[in-house]
Every structure is written in C-alpha cells, then in structure tokens.
Ligand binder design. Structure first.
Ligand code: DC
Length: 362
C-alpha cells in the first residue's frame, strides 16, 4: 500500500478523534479571543504553526521522493539543511501518525469551527461546584426558578487571607455553588489592559464590565499577581461595580445555595445573606503566605516586595469610595493568622452550622 493511501485511510480512521479535538480547540480559541479582545483568526493563527509544519513534513515524507533529490533541487545549503530537519520531523510524524493526524486535522478543523463561531466554550462553570452553567444574571441556566433567595454564604476579606480556599471548601462541603467574584474584576482589568484602555477611565471600564463575556473567566492566568493588580484598579469605579451587581445577586439566589467571596458581598451585594464571614489575617502573615506560594511555584519574589504589594492593595480596596472593603456589622470575624487551612475551614463550618436559617430545607 503506498504512503498516500495509508494517510487517506488513517485520515478517515482518525477523523472522529480529530472532530472531538476540533470542538474543544474551537471553544478554547473563542474563549481566548474574547479574553484578549482579539479576533478569532488572530488568536488561532499562531496555534496553527506547528500543525502546518508537521503536516508539511508528513506530506514531504509520504511523497515517495528521495531526500537527496529534494536537497539537490533546493540549491542552497540552508534550504537543504531545513529540508533534512523537515524530513526528520516527517519521519517522527509518520511513526506517531496516530497522534499527528488527529492533531493536525483537529487544529485545522477547530480553527474553521472557531471562525464560524461554532462550539464556543460552554459554561460548565469551573467556579461553581455542582452547577450547570449560568446566564449573565447568574441564575441557573436550566430555567429553574431563581427569584427565591437561597441560602447564601457571603465571605469577604483582604487579599491572601485564605477566603478563596475557605469558600471553595465550604461550597464543596455543603454542596453549594461557588463564585469567586474577584475573578470578575480580574477579567475586566485584563481585557481593558489588553485593549490598551485607560484603567482610570470609569466610563470606559464600566463599558468593558457591561460587555464582559463569562467565558473569559475560564482563563487560569487570571489568578496571577498581575491580574490582581489590574483588578484592584478597575474595582474602584462605581460603573464597574454596578455592572456586576445583578449577576452576583442572581448567583447568590440560586435555589441550591451559594458561596460568594469578595470584598463587598456581605455589605453591598448580599446584605441579606444567611451567613456572613469576614476572613482576615495580619498583613505580615498574608505576605508570608503569598511569598511562600510564589516561591513554591518557582517565581523569584522577595517577602518585602510582596508585603508592600499586600499593603498597597489593602489600602486601595479599603480606601475607595465605591463599596470599600469592610466587615458587615453582623459578619462573624475569622482571623486566620494563627490557623492552618484545616483549622480555618473547621471554624468556618462552625459559623455556618450555627446559622438559624435552614439550609436547602434542612
Ligand atoms: O479576591 P481577589 O484577589 O481575586 O480580588 C482582586 C481585586 O478585585 C481586589 O483587589 C479588589 C477587587 N474585588 C472587589 O473590589 N470586590 C470584590 N467583590 C472582589 C474583588
């Protein structure tokens, strides 16, 4: 059987696999494009370089000609060396054809799908335990009644106090949905920065917030330090906060219960929340934790710089006019300075368990 026939058969054989990969690739490209405010084509293009090189190498290898003939025709030494490299790659691609073919085909097909707007990332929401995705108002996507206030746990506190971990663990423990509201501000900061907008322009930031596509929240890099700084700057604007209010309230009212963490959940977003916890820790402890976390990830950081960042962020979050970071008068205070994460989680569970409001009919 000649090489081309084998390739054609492999193509047919692997097309279902390539299709599955194409769907997920199309979703990722569209989410990436909207996160960075770029066109789908511009986002996909750099991701096509490797598949195209591999496809070309495979075609060269399967063409049946001799490398020596190609090199003789090449004329220059550089081109001949490049051809040898391509030939070598082609040999590898042919040996690993069961990976190469779905990869090349999947990316090409995925790009086509993405450009046609097909298979955009569905919100099987990574922020939410047990949730099936949400609409812009945060209500359940499957049409369940959302007007009734569910059991809401509002968690606020300064950066790096441990509220995110506590909130996630509470949500998993009680089977509630979880929303990290900081991600919303991070996404707005990131989109605005990437579009070259002025982060101090309240009206422009408000527009970015109103147009925010929840798909951008899937971008894992949003949890990084830089996005946190951008978030803290855009979060001072009242139009930004106003644009996000309904979405967060809708999320909090989910019938199955919800945990939200942020800065103003207990004071502004859900003043009626059944449980409010203000998680805090000294700036020094928070800076130490963050430094250790970053060092463990191999980042070159020093404690003093992180401490200065933590203090600056505290000042910005607490000193702003719009919804400043404050503990609600009826919030339970949870100081984690002397606690490890397990102790902090247990303390938070005790606060939730002490609530007189029934949880999910319990
Ligand atoms: O929780 P975080 O580090 O992801 O938050 C990033 C920034 O977003 C924080 O500095 C202040 C802002 N933020 C806010 O103003 N209100 C919220 N509910 C959540 C975050």
């Amino acid at each position: 059987m000649n090489g081309w026939l084998a390739a054609l058969l492999a193509l047919l054989f692997f097309s279902p696999l390539a299709f599955i990969y194409a769907r997920s690739f199309a979703g990722r490209v569209q989410a990436g494009a909207s996160a960075r405010g770029r066109s789908v084509a511009a986002t996909a293009l750099p991701k096509l370089v490797w598949p195209l090189v591999l496809g070309l190498a495979l075609a060269l290898r399967l063409s049946g000609s001799d490398l020596a003939d190609w090199q003789a025709a090449a004329g220059s030494r550089t081109l001949a060396t490049l051809l040898s490299l391509l030939w070598f790659l082609g040999s590898l691609a042919a040996i690993l054809f069961f990976v190469t073919i779905p990869f090349v085909l999947g990316r090409l097909l995925g790009t086509l799908f993405a450009c046609m707007g097909k298979f955009s990332a569905t919100r099987d929401d990574p922020l939410s335990f047990g949730a099936r995705g949400f609409k812009r108002d945060g209500s359940e996507a499957d049409g369940q009644e959302s007007g009734r206030m569910g059991f809401t746990v509002a968690i606020d506190g300064p950066a790096a106090a441990g509220k995110g971990t506590i909130a996630q663990r509470l949500a998993a423990h009680y089977g509630f949905a979880y929303l990290d509201t900081g991600l919303l501000y991070r996404a707005i900061g990131r989109v605005a920065h990437e579009r070259g907008l002025d982060l101090d322009d309240a009206a422009a930031m408000g527009e970015v917030a109103r147009a925010l596509d929840p798909a951008v929240l899937d971008d894992g890099s949003l949890r990084g330090r830089e996005a946190g700084e951008l978030a803290s700057r855009v979060a001072i604007h009242a139009p930004v906060r106003a644009a996000l209010t309904e979405f967060q309230r809708g999320f909090a009212r989910r019938p199955g219960g919800a945990v939200l963490d942020g800065r103003d959940i207990g004071t502004v977003i859900c003043p009626e929340a059944e449980v409010k916890i203000f998680v805090t820790a000294s700036a020094e402890v928070r800076a130490r934790r963050r430094t250790d976390e970053l060092l463990a990830k191999g980042r070159a950081v020093d404690y003093e710089t992180i401490l200065a960042e933590v203090r600056a962020r505290d000042e910005r979050d607490s000193g702003r006019a719009a919804a400043p970071l404050r503990a609600a008068p009826d919030a339970a205070l949870l100081d984690t300075s002397e606690l490890d994460i397990e102790e902090a989680f247990q303390a938070a569970c005790r606060i939730v368990d002490a609530s007189p409001h029934p949880r999910n009919g319990a």
